[in-house]
Design a protein. Structure first.
Length: 246
């Protein structure tokens, strides 16, 4: 793909294409570490650096929403020491980076079933959401203990309860009703879904929301993702002709 050196060129493409929301499946941390004969923890830590760089790039390019897949509902099946490490990594990262993110105007939200997390970690995440809720910069959604099927089940239960209580009529249920009961109800659907690491699957991620998203699979592992990679993805997005099912 063409190399871009000037931010303004990417900013112009973002405006021209009305690119508002990028969702990313951050895959390849463990494979990156394994190829370098390092423990998987090093890959996950390097992945945090890539996320910070991507957030800054989104801000530079005028991309308003960034949603990243950090921990799936299936990831509980990994070894306990890795799960524990990921939980600690999230908590420590949020505590260490919150001040800078807040100063940079980032709005932090978490999507997923957070009730399964420890009370301490829930408190850290809730505090970050509360501190940044009135900011006007990049909206960062971190999908943690997230699974799209689980999200849809939650939405169906919420809608069913509203019908049962008389708050909602059965005949009034629409696509919009479902969207408004998802974790992402306050943000637009992704325009572009990027998956790093070369795997060709969506892994139970935003299944409802990506119905009309453009997909881009990148062979680079997530720890190798940087501002230039994001710029190249925006250029690729410009070449696509979005049809929205037509």
């Amino acid at each position: 793909m063409e190399t871009i050196s000037k931010d303004q060129e990417i900013i112009d493409i973002v405006k021209e294409t009305d690119l508002k929301h990028i969702a990313i499946i951050m895959d390849g941390n463990r494979r990156w570490a394994k190829e370098k004969n390092l423990p998987s923890a090093f890959g996950h830590k390097k992945g945090v650096d890539s996320l910070k760089a991507t957030m800054r790039a989104c801000d530079d390019f005028g991309i308003k929403y960034l949603t990243v897949y950090a921990f799936s509902t299936e990831n509980w099946n990994r070894k306990k020491e890795e799960v524990d490490f990921l939980m600690n990594l999230l908590g420590e990262t949020i505590k260490n980076e919150l001040k800078e993110m807040h100063e940079n105007g980032v709005v932090i939200n978490f999507i997923g079933d957070l009730t399964k997390l420890s009370p301490k970690l829930q408190g850290i995440l809730s505090h970050a959401v509360d501190v940044t809720k009135n900011n006007t910069g990049v909206h960062l959604q971190i999908a943690f203990n997230y699974g799209s099927r689980d999200e849809i089940v939650h939405a169906v239960k919420n809608i069913s309860q509203k019908v049962k209580s008389g708050e909602l009529k059965l005949e009034d249920i629409s696509e919009e009703t479902i969207s408004k009961n998802l974790y992402t109800k306050e943000i637009p659907d992704p325009d572009l879904l990027i998956r790093t690491g070369g795997e060709m699957r969506v892994s139970n991620y935003l299944l409802w929301q990506i119905a009309y998203s453009e997909f881009l699979v990148i062979k680079k592992y997530w720890p190798e993702f940087d501002k230039q990679t994001l710029a190249e993805a925006v250029i690729e997005f410009k070449q696509r002709q979005r049809r929205y099912g037509a």
